[in-house]
Design a protein around this ligand. Structure first.
Ligand SMILES: Cc1cc2nc3c(=O)[nH]c(=O)nc-3n(C[C@H](O)[C@H](O)[C@H](O)COP(=O)(O)O)c2cc1C
Length: 195
C-alpha cells in the first residue's frame, strides 16, 4: 500500500504531527490486511505527486477556522482518494472552534471528491511573532472597537499561549498516529468486505 503524508505548516507544529504519522505507519506491518508499505512525506508547497497513493493524510495549521487558501488549491489532487484529515490550532482542542476548524477541512476534502476515513485535531503553539502582534495592536485598538478585537491580548490569553507553547506533545502525536493507523485498518477491512 502507498501512503502520502502531506502537510501545510508554518512553524513546525503540524509538521511534527505529520512526522509522527509517517513514522507510525511502520506499525501497520503487523496487520495482515496491510500489504507492503510504501510511504512519503512532504510539504504541499513542494507540489508532491500523490496520484499513486492509496491513502493520503492531509494536515494543516488552522487559519481562520479552516485551512490556508493555497492548500485549498491542492485539494483537487485528492479526488477519488481515501484521506485522513488532521490539523493543529492555537485554541482548545475540545472547543467548538476546534471542531469547526477540523470539520471545515473534512468538508473541503469531501467536496474535492475524496473519501474521508478519519480526522484528528490537537493543539499547536501560537508563534511568538503573532503573540507580539496581538499584544501591540490590541493595546492601541481596543477602545476603537477594532474588528479583530477578539484577538486582543489579555493576561489570561497569555497563560493559554504559554500552556500551548510545547504542543503538540509527544502524546498528542502518538494519539494522532494511533487514530490514523486504526482508521487505515478499518478502511481496509471495509474494502475487503466488498471484494
Ligand atoms: C494566518 C494564521 C491564522 C490562524 N488562525 C487561527 C485560527 O483561526 N484559530 C486558531 O486556533 N489558531 C489559528 N492560528 C494558529 C495556528 O493554527 C497554530 O499556531 C498552529 O498550531 C500552527 O501550526 P504550524 O506550526 O504547523 O504552522 C493561525 C495562525 C496563522 C499564522
Amino acid at each position: 500500500m502507498k501512503f502520502a503524508i502531506i502537510y501545510s505548516s508554518l512553524t513546525g507544529c503540524t509538521k511534527r504531527v505529520a512526522e509522527a504519522l509517517y513514522a507510525g505507519l511502520d506499525q501497520l506491518k503487523a496487520y495482515p490486511e496491510i500489504s507492503q508499505i510504501a510511504k512519503s512525506i512532504d510539504n504541499f508547497r513542494n507540489k508532491p505527486d500523490v496520484s499513486d497513493a492509496d491513502i493520503v493524510a492531509l494536515g494543516y495549521f488552522v487559519s481562520q477556522a479552516s485551512m490556508e487558501d493555497d492548500l485549498k488549491k491542492f485539494l483537487p489532487n485528492l479526488k477519488g482518494k481515501r484521506v485522513f484529515v488532521f490539523c493543529t490550532l492555537a485554541y482548545f482542542a475540545e472547543s467548538e472552534h476546534a471542531f469547526k476548524s477540523i470539520q471545515s477541512g473534512v468538508n473541503l476534502v469531501k467536496a474535492a471528491g475524496a473519501e474521508v476515513i478519519g480526522s484528528y485535531v490537537c493543539n499547536g503553539a501560537l508563534a511568538p511573532d503573532i503573540i507580539a502582534r496581538f499584544k501591540s495592536i490590541a493595546e492601541s485598538k481596543m477602545e476603537e472597537n477594532w474588528p479583530m478585537h477578539h484577538h486582543a491580548f489579555t493576561p489570561e490569553k497569555g497563560l493559554r499561549y504559554e500552556l500551548f507553547k510545547n504542543h503538540p506533545t509527544k502524546l498528542e502525536c502518538e494519539l494522532a498516529s494511533e487514530r490514523f493507523n486504526e482508521r487505515v485498518i478499518l478502511s481496509e477491512k471495509i474494502l475487503n468486505l466488498h471484494k
